[in-house]
Structures are given as structure tokens and as C-alpha cells.
Design a protein. Structure first.
Length: 551
């Protein structure tokens, strides 16, 4: 006898939850009681596979099984990256321009770089299909700790809103527990719950033997917690009793990991990003290690990936390689075995196409570098482009400018007009919290660069007058040992130095004023104004209220 259609629907609805629970509860059972650990592979991010995009400083990780995606938090890059979990290939990058356009939850206020300049951790809500991104308070007083939420829009996750966190908050670890359906965040030696909608945190608690929390991840059934801590440790805890599981206190240094900045369980494997500050030329810079734990189960481990091809041999030509400014140069790739290309033109700009054309506006000698890469690695090649300017006829004497402020955008309230980053590998941004106004300029190095500069461009004084120029600037930096120098340099029409004056100081977190004076030697010449920062390692400084007057 046939059954009514409504009865079949009820039977189907009753069976579905049972199947889901059985699938979820089997996740921990697939992990062995004691692991048999080995590195299965490394996922490189410098650059990503078959891409010229690079991660600067990976500090968080999350896995979205629905998309077969691993997400990485890139602190120094002010971005998050989505990777294919099977191949390690880059799917997409969500960077500053997208974060900047996100509105506050139930409001209209937009995020700024101060809210996503220190991305620390990620957590994926498997129940509601949401990804959370946490930004902290390092390493400037202008940083504003923030929680971002991503929700699915169409076929993929997209940034949807943000919530402000209390000043000084630094959630270096975050994870979603599908068992109690709560979001947990932590730093130092303490964990706590966090509710995004109410923007509130629960009471803190600790796990025995855990300090310097750098990442957490729950198993699919929520019964076990993996914790990355103490820079080189991953420990498994039984969550109901919050007790360490015997045999699962893992020393990461045995695999060559020098600073484990997170942990994620993906198909019975541990994914651990290494955040140690390696040289940017090191292929393992910000790499992610995939560690097999010897899991057993009905699903066999996938076969190892085929061996990568040999690294390419980078080479290129430049035509023309010299001439007068403005000089347009065509760079033609002649590499062998390359799948991706990254050009550094030596003037603070770059490109990623195979054959590119670039125009140099200012005179100088530029070292151009091509980095060619494939799945087997990368190599680099360099060439030099020399740009000169014919000696122009002597200009008529300029009108008197005595006593007048010559800097048109002294407080950066008009954006960054009239200024540029004076060295390759440095990033110039505008940040809130100026010396007197709302804004200041911030110059920060990338990777291992130890020198950065803020230059006027094309220059507030194109033709000097007879007399003495007086310049001043307010600067600050919290980098220990950072030295900031204010410079005035007089140059002829070919860019050759005629004379200069400098004043240096080592700021210690607060605003300090630098002053320098220079008497012109050849009226009608160019006068360059720059602020240069040097550090023992990386360096950043902020500048505001620039003054330049002739007396």
C-alpha cells in the first residue's frame, strides 16, 4: 500500500539530523591516540603557487570545508588570502580597498586602515557559514582593535560588517566550537567566549601549561581543541575536561617550524603557518606546513603531489636602457620555465605582467629586478636604467618668497598630494592621529628593509632664491633604536648634489620636532626636502606639520 506524500516528507526530515550527527562525531575518532608525525608538504606563500602575489606575515589560519578553502591572515600585508586546500593555489586576496569599504554593524561608519592594519586571527563558524577576522592593537597607538564578519554572498564569502573592540585588545587566537556553538578568542594565557552581535566577551579562563596563545582550532565534533602556543608548540586538549591529551604535546622545531602562528585541522592533518621573520628571499618565508598525524579511517590519504618542476631561469631586456626624462622603457621577459612574473622598477612601483612598459619621470639610476617563479621556486635577474635630464637654460630669478610657507600640504589634510615614498620596499600611508590636525603620514618598511624615506614630489621648491631656507617637521616612532633625519639637498638640473644640511634624532614614542637650515649656493637650483628613517631591522615613523620658509 502506498504511503501519503506528507508522511514520506516527515520521515526524511527525521532521518537527516541523525546522519549529520554521525558524520560530525566521527572527526575525532579518525585521529590516532598517539600521532605518528611527518611533514607531508609545505604550502608556499612567497609567492603563492602559480601567482606573483606574496604574503608578508601570516598570523592566522581557518578552513572552510564547503569551499575546500584555507584562509590566511596577512598582518603586514593588511589582507586575507583564500587558497585551494588541495593545491595551495591562490584563489583570491581581500585587501585594504575592500576592508576600507566595510560598514559598522547596524551603522554607516566605514573601516579605516587603523582597523585592519594588524590582522591577527581567523575563525570559521561551520553552523552559520560565517568567517570572523580579528585585528589587534600592534604596533602603534593609532591601531583600533576590530572584529570583522564575513557572510556568504552568492557562491563565496564576503566582508559584511565590523565591530569595535576595546582599546588594547589583541586576540591572537580564535576558533569556533561546533559542539556548544560558541566563538572563542584568546591571547597570552587566557581564552574567553565572544559574541559578535552584542560585541561582548565572557569571563577569561586558562589551559594548563599554555602561554603566548597564537592559534586554536576545535575538531568537527567540538570535543577536542588544538592549541598553538609558546611559539613552537601545538597541544591537543580534551575539551569537556580541558585536559591535555597524552602524547599530543608537539614540538614544532623538529619540522623546521620556528614560530607556529596558528593551527587548523584539515582532513586529519595539522596546518601550521610559520611566522618566523625569515628573509623575503627565503622560499619558506611565511610558508604553511601540512603535518600528517598518521590518522586512520575509511578514507585513504591522498597520494603525494607530483614533484615540482625546477625553478625558472630569470632574464629580461630593457629598451632603451638610458635616455632623458621622461623616459619610457619596455621590459621584455626572456626567462625560461617561468609561470609568473613580478617586476620591481626601482622607483617604488611594480607590475606582474610578462612584458611591461614603464615611464620614469625623474632623473636617476634605477635597478630593475624581475622575479620569475613557478611551482618549483623562483629566481631573480636585474638590469640598470639610467635616466638623465639635459641642462636647461638658466631660469629667470624667481619672485621673492621670503617668510612664506612653501609646503602646500604640510599636515597631510589633503591626502598625500605632494609626497611620495622615497625608497623601494617602503609603504606610504595616511593615518589618523596627527600632531595637530586629524592626519599624519606614515612610512613603513616591508620585509627586511632597514631604511625608509618621505620625499616631497615633485618638490615644493623647483627654483631656489638667494637666502637661507629653514625647514622643520614633527616626527615620532616606537621602534627601539629608530633614527629619523630631516634633510635639505640642493641639486642642479641634472640632479647632481650641490650642497645639503641634515638634522637627526632618535624619537621615543612621542612627537619630537626636527629643525634644519640651509643657505643656497646657486639660486635657480632645485631644493629637495626629505625625512629619512633608519632601524636595526624593520622601521616605521610618522611625520606631520612640515614647514619650509625662506628668510
Amino acid at each position: 500500500m502506498s504511503r501519503p506524500r506528507w508522511l514520506l516528507v516527515l520521515v526524511a526530515l527525521a532521518v537527516t539530523p541523525v546522519t549529520t550527527l554521525v558524520t560530525a562525531s566521527s572527526a575525532t575518532a579518525a585521529l590516532p591516540s598517539r600521532p605518528n608525525l611527518s611533514v607531508e608538504r609545505t604550502v608556499r606563500t612567497n609567492p603563492f603557487a602559480s601567482s606573483s602575489t606574496r604574503a608578508s606575515d601570516v598570523e592566522g589560519i581557518a578552513y572552510v570545508a564547503r569551499d575546500n578553502s584555507v584562509w590566511l591572515a596577512d598582518d603586514d600585508g593588511d589582507a586575507i588570502h583564500e587558497l585551494n586546500a588541495s593545491t595551495g593555489a591562490l584563489k583570491r586576496t581581500i585587501g585594504a580597498s575592500t576592508f576600507d569599504d566595510v560598514r559598522r554593524l547596524n551603522g554607516t561608519e566605514r573601516a579605516t586602515v587603523a582597523r585592519f592594519g594588524d590582522i591577527e586571527s581567523l575563525a570559521y563558524d561551520t553552523v552559520n557559514d560565517r568567517l570572523y577576522v580579528f585585528s589587534g592593537s600592534c604596533c602603534t597607538a593609532a591601531a583600533l582593535p576590530t572584529a570583522f564578519r564575513m557572510q556568504r554572498s552568492g557562491s563565496r564569502l564576503a566582508l559584511e560588517s565590523w565591530q569595535p573592540l576595546p582599546p588594547g585588545t589583541e586576540f591572537t587566537a580564535a576558533g569556533w566550537n561546533p559542539g556548544d556553538r560558541r566563538l572563542y578568542v584568546g591571547s597570552g594565557s587566557q581564552l574567553r567566549t565572544y559574541d559578535y552581535v552584542s560585541n561582548t566577551s565572557g569571563s577569561p579562563f586558562s589551559l594548563a601549561g599554555v602561554s603566548n596563545l597564537l592559534g586554536v582550532d576545535f575538531t568537527d565534533d567540538g570535543k577536542d581543541l588544538f592549541v598553538a602556543h609558546s611559539r613552537t608548540r601545538v597541544t591537543r586538549f580534551s575539551w569537556p575536561g580541558r585536559s591535555a591529551v597524552s602524547g599530543w604535546n608537539i614540538d614544532l622545531t623538529q619540522f623546521g617550524i620556528l614560530e607556529g602562528r596558528g593551527v587548523e585541522v584539515v582532513n586529519e592533518r595539522l596546518w601550521v603557518p610559520d611566522g618566523f621573520d625569515r628573509l623575503r628571499t627565503d622560499p619558506l618565508h611565511s610558508a604553511v606546513y601540512v603535518i600528517s598525524v598518521g590518522a586512520s579511517g575509511s578514507t585513504p590519504a591522498p597520494p603525494p603531489p607530483p614533484p615540482p618542476p625546477p625553478p625558472p631561469t630569470a632574464s629580461f631586456t630593457a629598451a632603451p636602457s638610458s635616455g632623458s626624462a621622461p623616459l619610457t622603457v619596455t621590459f621584455t621577459d626572456t626567462s625560461t620555465g617561468a609561470a609568473a612574473w613580478h617586476w620591481d622598477f626601482g622607483d617604488g612601483t611594480s607590475a606582474a605582467d610578462r612584458t611591461v612598459t614603464h615611464t620614469y619621470a625623474a632623473p636617476g639610476s634605477y635597478t630593475v629586478q624581475l622575479t620569475a617563479s613557478n611551482d618549483g621556486g623562483f629566481t631573480s635577474a636585474t638590469n640598470t636604467v639610467v635616466v638623465s635630464v639635459p641642462q636647461p637654460p638658466a631660469p629667470p630669478p624667481p619672485p621673492p618668497t621670503t617668510g612664506r610657507q612653501l609646503v602646500g600640504n604640510a599636515g597631510f589634510e589633503q591626502g598625500l598630494d605632494g609626497w611620495r615614498s622615497g625608497r623601494a620596499g617602503a609603504r606610504l600611508t595616511r593615518v589618523e592621529g596627527g600632531h595637530t590636525g586629524q592626519w599624519a603620514a606614515r612610512v613603513a618598511s616591508r620585509g627586511e628593509k632597514r631604511k625608509v624615506a618621505l620625499d616631497d614630489s615633485p618638490g615644493w621648491v623647483q627654483a631656489t632664491s638667494a637666502g637661507t631656507y629653514h625647514a622643520s617637521v614633527w616626527v615620532r616612532s616606537k621602534h627601539k633604536g629608530a633614527k629619523v633625519t630631516l634633510k635639505l639637498v640642493e641639486r642642479d638640473g641634472n640632479g647632481k648634489r650641490i650642497g645639503s644640511a641634515t638634522k637627526a634624532r632618535t624619537p621615543k614614542g612621542e612627537w619630537h620636532r626636527l629643525r634644519v637650515s640651509y643657505k643656497t649656493k646657486t639660486p635657480g637650483s632645485l631644493l629637495d626636502l626629505s625625512v629619512v628613517g633608519r632601524g636595526k631591522k624593520t622601521i616605521w615613523f610618522e611625520a606631520d606639520d612640515v614647514q619650509l620658509r625662506l628668510r
